[in-house]
Ligand binder design. Structure first.
Ligand code: MRU
Length: 353
């Protein structure tokens, strides 16, 4: 089904998340159904948005931050007529609920704090819900602009012709639109570079197989799918020119948390003398987390590993480990691209707020 929003901020014909013009409804593209079905779910309160984030209806660090900001806009709308003190308390409670929905991507808490930082000053105003909705839309617009800016910065590093490996989905579906890692690839292609993509399937949630291939094929970007374990083979054969991924949190020392499996590709890139690039907006950079060791890694259910599409692939009763993310040490990050500039991974702190 086509996106119901009359003018999506994503700038594309689909969007991970949008706030309706009436400010009382959020549309989320149900990414659990892709690539088979393009279906939008309607959410009417902050609790529903928090559940959508937790259940990964929407996923990807910037996109869940935007969704949380929209969740707070719904809450503000629902609190019409509430006295100022009750408004502030209810907004803070909704913020905690939203920020706690997933632990690793710092964009989630960052976006919640951006909005909550204004509520005390707005609480006595008649137009507070409208102002908060516009603030949330501003976070969304800024993210699309950041993706385009880092795309232009990163594209210069890609070869005129070559193959880029990516892991997970750091595209339009994971952001306000355009994408971080996939934004760099889009920008390179818009600049006339002949970039092909190897997309790792990204076990167990299959963001690479289901989402990255879906959005790149829609844009006519040549993409081939590989299983995660195949990347060493293609590095060894000289078939990968560069790796580019997104991030869920970049610690002060430049260590990068991203989807489980990323670290292995970074090691292989170093072994085979290929650049490993990370593209992320500054909302992903976290000066409050000193090193990667301090990043909370989300543990997801064993069931997501032992089943594929509902079918059990391991003996009944086997328990699986399921960390959702891993940490790539800063020294393996050749360049970090953000909307304001680029640095080697170990100098990430120079780009932090
Ligand atoms: O569990 P997910 O799908 O939310 O994980 C997403 C990733 O790891 C992405 O690579 C990251 O959020 C960057 S998205 C621009």
């Amino acid at each position: 089904m086509a996106i119901p929003h009359p003018a999506p901020l994503s700038g594309a014909s689909y969007s991970a998340v949008e706030l309706a013009p009436s400010d009382d409804l959020v549309w989320m593209l149900d990414q659990r159904q892709l690539p088979h079905e393009e279906r939008y779910v309607e959410l009417r309160d902050a609790a529903g948005v928090a559940e959508g984030i937790r259940a990964m209806v929407v996923r990807g660090a910037p996109a869940i931050g935007i969704a949380a900001a929209y969740g707070l806009a719904l809450e503000a709308h629902a609190l019409a007529g509430a006295p100022a003190d009750r408004f502030v308390a209810a907004m803070r409670a909704a913020g905690e609920l939203l920020a706690g929905a997933r632990p690793t991507a710092v964009n989630l808490r960052w976006a919640v704090e951006q909005v909550l930082g204004t509520v005390a000053d707005l609480a006595a105003r008649d137009d507070r819900a409208r102002v908060i909705a516009e603030h949330a839309r501003g976070i969304h617009r800024d993210d699309v602009a950041a993706c385009r800016a880092m795309g232009a910065i990163g594209a210069k590093h890609l070869p005129d012709r070559g193959t880029v490996l990516t892991h997970c989905n750091a595209g339009a579906l994971a952001t306000g639109g355009y994408g971080t890692a996939l934004g760099v690839i889009r920008a390179a292609r818009e600049a006339g570079k002949e970039i092909r993509v190897l997309s790792c399937e990204t076990r167990p949630y299959l963001q690479g197989a289901r989402l990255t291939t879906w959005e790149l094929e829609r844009d006519g970007v040549p993409v081939e799918l590989i299983t995660d374990g195949m990347s060493a083979h293609f590095f060894a054969r000289g078939e990968i020119d560069a790796v580019i991924v997104g991030a869920d949190r970049v610690a002060k020392n430049g260590d990068v948390a991203n989807k489980i499996g990323t670290y292995g590709h970074a090691c292989l890139a170093r072994l085979h003398d290929r650049p490993f690039y990370v593209a992320a907006p500054r909302s992903t950079l976290d000066p409050a987390t000193p090193t990667g060791a301090a990043i909370v890694i989300e543990e997801r259910s064993s069931d997501e590993v032992v089943r594929i599409g509902g079918a059990l692939i391991a003996p009944h009763g086997v328990h699986a480990r399921h960390p959702g993310f891993d940490v790539t040490p800063a020294r393996l990050v050749t360049r970090l691209f953000t909307e304001i500039g680029e640095v080697p991974g170990e100098r990430a702190f120079e780009l932090m707020r």
